[in-house]
Design a protein around this ligand. Structure first.
Ligand code: UD1
Length: 347
């Protein structure tokens, strides 16, 4: 059984990926500093799969702690590196914290991999690297544009670090996954996204508004050059996204002929506007969401959606969840939090 280190494995996408890895027979070791996640997720993963993942509370920047992880959990074959600070607004206020956290943690992994004979690393990147694309849908060949935020810049820099290390002869492979907009929760509602304070992302804000925690949802602008004037994104179900990681690990570690470095877009290939998403949520749940059109949000891209053919053809990945199902799962997760069964991390 292959052993995979999942950094950030108690987080939103990380926890869903651990579930899918375990389901496919992988042994998982989670390292997380719990800065934006809850230890309770270890129990919750176990309640879904029946398997308790190994867990070490540590910071990925801490080389000595990471050496202990690789020594004590001998035989780690691959890494999925999620651990990172991820709030765009916070990154503008605390750029040095973002550069330190996100870049140092990757450097530590890459430096230790050869010492412990780790064969590959899957890196969590974002469609933010494309900025506002000139052509849609956006393929992996589209140019990377100047980042809009320190957070986005850390994703670009980390992609470059991996590329440069591999060009310089590093003895491992890497797959870089560029996510579009991860949404929803596990159908069991045992795991999902725990927003840190007031949600900045659309779907957590929407479900909190539907739950009466927020008075109204603000739709940031209806004067964009799109059919209904609101911004367009590609919302990808978090379970579908998690499954792509398992396929990436499989290819990276088991397919000797696969290239040393590959990039994949992970989106559904469908552009959905903010107003369409609200409408779909209302239909899927029979709820009414109070919303108001407000001014545009600074830094927002008008429209972006993926050309995900490469992931479909090479990884054999096909997202299956409909947007209705994804939004229903987000709502079920919200209800579970309302029922008070989930510990929210301190703000
Ligand atoms: C943002 C980040 C992206 C990051 C992702 C993580 C930017 C520019 N991009 O994506 O780098 O990887 O989060 O999930 O910040 N909206 C509203 N009202 C709200 C919240 C959002 O109308 O209360 C709209 C936004 O204007 C946008 C869409 O909903 O059009 C999606 O927004 P959001 O969920 O914040 O994601 P992104 O901005 O696409």
């Amino acid at each position: 059984m292959s052993k995979i280190l999942v950094t950030g494995g108690t987080g939103y996408i990380g926890s869903h990926t651990v579930v899918e890895l375990q389901t496919e027979g992988y042994e998982t070791v989670i390292v997380d500093n719990l800065s934006n996640s809850s230890i309770e997720f270890i129990e919750r993963i176990q309640s879904i799969t029946g398997i308790r993942p190994a867990f070490i509370q540590a910071d990925c920047k801490d080389t000595e702690a990471m050496k202990r992880v690789f020594t004590e959990h001998e035989g780690i074959e691959g890494i999925i590196h999620f651990a990172a600070s991820k709030f765009v607004g916070e990154s503008v206020e605390k750029p040095l914290m973002y550069y330190r956290n996100n870049i140092d943690s990757l450097l530590t992994m890459l430096e230790l991999m050869p010492q412990f004979d780790v064969k590959g690393i899957v890196f969590s990147s974002s469609c933010t690297v494309y900025g506002q694309p000139d052509l849609l849908p956006i393929s992996e060949e589209s140019p990377v544009k100047t980042a809009e935020s320190p957070y986005g810049n850390t994703k670009q820099i980390n992609e470059e670090i991996i590329r440069d290390a591999i060009h310089a002869g590093a003895p491992y492979k890497s797959i870089i996954l560029r996510y579009f907009n991860p949404t929803g929760a596990h159908p069991s509602a045992e795991i999902g996204e725990l927003p840190n304070g007031t949600p900045q992302n659309l779907v957590p804000f929407l479900t909190q508004t539907a739950a009466g925690i927020r008075k109204e949802l603000k739709v940031f602008g209806n004067d964009y050059n799109t059919p209904d004037g609101s911004c367009i994104r590609d919302y990808i179900d978090v379970v579908d996204l998690a499954k792509a990681h398992v396929m990436a690990v499989e290819r990276m570690l088991k397919n000797a002929a696969s290239p040393q470095l590959e990039y994949f877009n992970l989106g559904k290939g469908e552009g959905v506007s903010v107003l369409e998403l609200i409408n779909t949520f209302e239909q899927a749940t029979n709820l009414k969401v109070p919303y108001r059109i407000t001014e545009r949000r600074a830094g927002d891209i008008e429209q972006i959606w993926a050309d995900a053919h490469r992931a479909n053809e090479i990884l054999g990945w096909k997202p299956v969840e409909t947007l209705e199902d994804t939004l229903r799962s987000a709502w079920k997760w919200q209800l579970k939090q309302l029922a008070g069964t989930t510990c929210l991390p301190a703000d």
